[in-house]
Ligand binder design. Structure first.
Ligand code: SF4
Ligand code: SF4
Length: 120
């Protein structure tokens, strides 16, 4: 559902957790893990399923490219920041998109947070 392998570009929809923080989303949770001394954050809606190490995230955010995205695992709501990432780039027929609808938000409602211009 959130990946397309119909040409050699190999595209995935991804979720940018930076958007969760910037929007102040109430579905973003965090907790301190006593066993590791680390803080983790995740999405109560399971729009992304992984739990992210907050220290690693913050360190990456200070770099030029930032933390980036994680695999999208649910149907995003308006405050979710999502984009499409292509694993490979190339010219010619093998890389010609035959599934342009994949770049639409995976929801029946228009979603201004999903913008093809975010494509990495
Ligand atoms: S609902 Fe969307 S914006 Fe909110 S925490 Fe989950 S992924 Fe982030
Ligand atoms: S470029 Fe289009 S057809 Fe190719 S993998 Fe991406 S969405 Fe699918």
């Amino acid at each position: 559902m959130n990946e397309c392998r119909e040409c050699c570009s190999f595209c995935d929809r991804i979720l940018h957790p930076s958007g969760c923080i910037q929007s102040g989303c109430r579905f973003l949770y965090s907790y301190d893990d006593d066993s590791t001394g680390r803080r983790f954050m995740g999405c109560l809606n399971k729009i992304f399923k992984v739990e992210i190490d907050v220290g690693v995230f913050e360190e990456a955010q200070r770099t030029r490219h930032g933390y980036g995205g994680v695999k999208l695992t649910g149907t995003p709501i308006p405050q979710c920041r999502v984009s499409v990432e292509s694993a490979y780039g190339g010219d010619g027929e093998a890389f010609r998109c035959v599934n342009p609808g994949f770049f639409d938000v995976p929801d029946e409602h228009a979603d201004p947070a999903f913008d093809i211009r975010d494509r990495l």
